[in-house]
Design a protein around this ligand. Sequence first.
Ligand SMILES: Nc1ncnc2c1ncn2[C@@H]1O[C@H](COP(=O)(O)OP(=O)(O)O)[C@@H](O)[C@H]1O
Ligand SMILES: [Mg+2]
Length: 403
Amino acid sequence: MKSKINVGVIFGGRSVENEISVLTAIQAMEAIDTEKYEIIPIYISKEGKWYTGQTLRKSENYKDMAKLYASCQEVCLHPTYGDSNLYKVKKSLFGSDVVCSLDVILPALHGTNCEDGSFQGAIEMTGIPYASCNVLASANGMDKITMKMILKECGIPVIDYAWFCDKEWFDKEEQVIGRMETKLGYPMIVKPADSGSSVGITAVHNREELKEAIESAVSYSKRIIVEHLVEQLKEINCSVLGNYYECEASVCEAPIRSGEILSYADKYLGGGKGSKGAVKQSEGMRSTIREIPANLPEKTTEFIRSTAVETFKALNCDGVARIDFMIDQADGKIYVNEINTIPGSLSFYLWEASGVSFTELTERLIRIAFERKRDSSFKTTSYKENIFNYTISGAKGAKGSKC
Ligand SMILES: Nc1ncnc2c1ncn2[C@@H]1O[C@H](COP(=O)(O)OP(=O)(O)O)[C@@H](O)[C@H]1O
Ligand SMILES: [Mg+2]
């Protein structure tokens, strides 16, 4: 009998979206085909320690973290190429230090240190295939400034923006304010460049609000982006699944917000923090109130779906991403707001509405991971010649002198 494929589902992390990622991972683990795959849950704590254990698969267990850790085993990977073992941190006196070997990794992480290429870089060092964007796409997708620069260069519509660094703000506050007012004018929206889940984001309508918003944003990030605020905003999200060679767009959704901007509570608490009525635990992005498929003219839907694919390709994505759009209802213009390279709940609800079950989604993600690994194995990574065996006989015309 063929043994199962070991899938390490990795989640949590040193990110403000740690808990949301737990929910994404739990949902994904429920969807993965257990006939074919052995699920190895791996939780990265807010301090950056890695744990494994089946107790990580139930959200209620996260209410008491000390108890949860006590029921798990602390583990690590070694950054040695070809070593796919998951090791026990506390070595056993007898027996193996290896918990298991990971055939493939499904990252269910969100936000800083997780979705921004750092995690992907660590996994690249081991050579284990993983089902998400690579380092470059993850980093470019995470930073709202770099992402918008790339998309603009590719002719993909993005809203007017300006940016600066925290030190510029600390040293030349008046100049920064002047630049934002001249380039954009009120109303604006201030965002930490590399945060997520609406954390540290504020809409501003005057100088006082702008100052306060920047003070808040610099507490989260070194780089700050300020954009023109779309006042008559309709938000539309669309997911793309695949890789550069072959990818497709899902149906579109319209998330419903309760205030000026789509807040953390809108995204994960079904519209309101502490809202009265039945008390229900958050289910991550599953809890967003949304219209699906979004009620849009066919032409608009098609524009959004094709621009989502263009965005996915421009950033060289792999796996599943969600591209968020803004429609300015004042003039009908459509902009790409951002890409989420590991979207909340892996956007399964958009794929289910497009005829792809969550199980099939995880299956395709795993396949994409193996395909990328196979493709990269055909690329040259080192020369056979050993440069130390060459002698350089003179400054001019010497062998190997042309770089
Ligand atoms: N330029 C803008 N104009 C109006 N509202 C915006 C603009 N940019 C963002 N928003 C609002 O703020 C929310 C969060 O911003 P977003 O850029 O998506 O950051 P995050 O990565 O935290 O989700 C959006 O969903 C939207 O409601
Ligand atoms: Mg967003």
